[in-house]
Design a protein around this ligand. Sequence first.
Ligand code: DP6
Length: 359
Amino acid sequence: MLVDQFCFSLDVSKLKEGSVVWQSPSNIALVKYWGKKEHQIPENTSISFTLNECKTITTLTFTKKKLTENFSFQVFLDEKPKPDFQPKISTFFKRIEAYLPFLKHYHFVIKTKNTFPHSSGIASSASGMSALALCLMSVEKLHNPEMTQEYFNKKASFLARLGSGSACRSIEGSLVVWGNHSEIEGSSELYGIKYPYQVHDNFNNFNDTILLVDKGEKQVSSTVGHNLMHGHPFAKNRFAQAEENISKLKSILASGDLNAFVELVESEALTLHAMMMTSLPYFILMKPNTLEIINKIWQFRNETGLPICFTLDAGANVHVLYPEKDEEKILKFINTELVAYCQNGHYICDKIGFGAKKQ
Ligand code: DP6
């Protein structure tokens, strides 16, 4: 599958060396991507909030070399060599080679760091792969300076997707849609787009406090996880439900209905975990403390009427979403009632951001 709009030819003779730096955030899905086809094409549309503080900062240095058969690169995390990142990046380079014909003409040094602790159980693939894709797009732009900003972002998202699906939702915008949805104009399964409609003020300043319940390595890799949806007895219904949830969320985002938002977001999180519990092999990725937190959130919401809700990734950590205006009361609740369930009492306060930045 070759997507012509992102192919180009170039003269590599002019550019000898250089360096580019990008920072790119993580994102948290409201309607989840779980299940993919070949070539990193999602089985259903997903939508996410872009985070602000949890991000990867990547410096890519390139030096011209003789054209060789293999890619030539070194990876560093926090200034230390990180050979275990090598295979994932090699796979990424292979997938994107047809779109970046300069890849084998340079030696690359990739220096990367995350603003969140490596052992926090927060996946760095979305921020990491999007930061690298953006760096590579900056190299393409040096070869082809007249490209538009629109093309730059679209192709960055397209490339990021080939590194990690959810990474395509980390380039640009606070709310990003990925997947071909009939009610979202311009949406595509090839890249993420900024949510193109008016969003009610209720959703403009949202917080995401990430409760670190389990900082261990992921129990189920994303590749294994997505594969669980092949032949899953509920797959067809789940994919249809996600598309319906995107339509529902579109009305919710327009009307500002926070109760409906809470219901939809929590239902999506639990459905994601239900898919894992009902696949073969099956997994329970929630920990007892995840459930304790969920019950406390429900109790607090019943008592106060505040629009606080949770969502989950493919792990035990809990993302607590709420409007910034309720921050004081909700942080007090988190500090008195929820920290006890976090590993070493750790949590990360984040807000909804706007996307990646060049440095
Ligand atoms: C549960 O993007 O990590 O976070 O495409 O295999 O890299 P790959 O998967 P990945 O899957 C993320 C799944 C999720 C839900 C979501 O972010 O939509």
